[in-house]
Design a protein around this ligand. Structure first.
Ligand code: GLU
Length: 437
């Protein structure tokens, strides 16, 4: 038997990571078992379903490479839904019910399911045995008219017609399952396996929702989260491989994913953790791919610095236009910071060491590693340290400040290796001019 799973979003709002977790799990499980993954847009609610919500769904699925084997809109199956509604009515398992409208726009007629009552049970793959007494549900509505089936009805018909073997969906659908199984039974349809996923909470332990600030995944994409990181992170919302691995590629996830290891307890969506997973995947990129994702000019030599500090490409862009902008433009510097680490009783020292550093830099090639710069300049700092405690800082501080204009910045050797000795010399000359006043 081939596994068939589906992701069945309603295009009635912006989907967040919690919604896409269903897609990720359904996809990984299908591919793990060599099966198929269906995407069904549940657009039976004509008023609330909007194309503007549908389009980003496909954009995100493509971004995460959750490629459907088949995709369709539920509304395309309306004739089939109608056929089976008519069948239920003919069987007297459903009936057209006259209603007293309670509010303007309410129907005078709906189609209700004749609820036989009793207990409906199923074994959830994740949560085990679940039994519901359906008597209290009464004769529930399955369609507003022959052409307007409600969600419970359409889901059951489409899942059966599509050969869905595993209904993997959010835990909030548990309470719908009994109703849906009654419809299934009445139509003589096969019962799929149900796997209701654990709840996802935000960092303040509230249910992840748009209302409490859950973001659209397209926002994370625009902020420079990699799809490798997003799928890795989402896969761990309620699942882990059980062997301590935290970083897994798509292929590794497909290989390892199993519904048997999905936890019952809720999972926490933690943006800080997402950023750290993203940093892992950013660090793995080649220089070429890194620059392609950065979308802003940057010297290749600065990539290690960004890989070290930025957790997203958005952060990297901010650094380049903020605290690291000195990599492109000479900073404004002031004399008091330049001499801040000068040793007592050695006034004029800063000027002297900057001149020495400038001389040494002249001998260096334009392109070189931070280590090579360190090898050339460190002896100057060490010599000052030998003369007096704090001498090393008295050399490296003004150098670093002259180059970056920042109180805190990467070490001076790294900066020289990025901006090059020529530019470094010119910045040191500016510092010397300030000191000469
Ligand atoms: N359309 C439903 C939703 O967006 C999902 C239905 C299902 O997975 O059975 O919540």
């Amino acid at each position: 038997m081939t596994t068939v799973t589906r992701f069945a979003p309603s295009p009635t709002g912006v989907l967040h990571a919690g919604n896409y977790r269903t897609a990720v799990f359904a996809y990984l499980f299908a591919k793990h078992t060599g099966g198929k993954f269906i995407v069904r847009i549940e657009d039976t609610d004509k008023i609330r379903s909007k194309l503007e919500y549908e389009m980003p769904i496909f954009e995100v699925l493509a971004w995460l490479k959750l490629t459907p084997d088949r995709q369709y809109r539920q509304s395309e199956h309306r004739p089939r839904h109608r056929e089976l509604l008519e069948k239920l009515i003919a069987d007297n398992t459903a009936y057209i019910s006259k209603e007293v409208p309670q509010a303007p726009g309410d129907r005078e007629e709906v189609i209700r399911f004749r609820n036989p009552g009793g207990t409906v049970s199923f074994t959830d793959v994740i949560r085990g045995e679940i039994s519901t007494d359906v008597t209290d549900l009464g004769d529930f509505i399955i369609a507003r008219s022959l052409d307007e089936p409600v969600f419970h009805f359409a889901v059951v018909v489409d899942d059966a017609d599509g050969g869905v073997t595993h209904v993997i969906r959010g835990g909030d659908h548990i309470s719908n399952t009994a109703r849906q199984m009654l419809i299934q039974r009445a139509l003589g349809l096969p019962v799929p396996l149900y796997a209701h996923l654990p709840l996802i909470l935000d960092s303040s332990h509230k249910k992840l929702s748009k209302r409490t600030g859950a973001k659209a995944l397209t926002e994370y994409r625009n902020e420079g989260i990699l799809p490798e990181a997003m799928i890795n992170y989402i896969a761990f919302l309620g699942w882990n491989p059980g062997d301590g691995r935290e970083y897994m590629s798509r292929d590794e996830l497909i290989e390892a994913f199993d519904l048997a290891r999905v936890q019952k307890g809720s999972a926490i969506f933690d943006e800080v953790k997402l950023l750290s997973v993203n940093q892992h995947w950013m660090r793995k990129l080649s220089d070429e791919n890194f620059l392609a994702n950065l979308h802003t000019p940057c010297p290749t030599s600065a990539i290690p610095l960004l890989k070290d500090r930025a957790r997203s490409f958005g952060e990297a862009r901010e650094m380049l236009s903020g605290e690291l902008s000195f990599l492109f433009t000479a900073p404004d510097i002031g004399s008091s910071y330049l001499v801040a680490k000068e040793l007592p009783g050695r006034s004029g020292m800063t000027k002297m060491v900057l001149e020495t550093l400038s001389e040494s830099l002249k001998a260096l090639p334009e392109s070189l590693s931070a280590d090579a710069v360190k090898e050339a300049l460190m002896p100057i700092a060490n010599a000052e340290e030998a003369k007096g405690k704090g001498g090393r800082g008295a050399v490296l501080w003004p150098l670093r400040y002259a180059l970056s204009g920042q109180e805190r910045s990467p070490d001076p050797f790294t900066i020289v290796s990025i901006i090059g000795p020529k530019e470094s010399i010119s910045r040191i000359q500016v510092a010397l001019a300030i000191l000469k006043g």
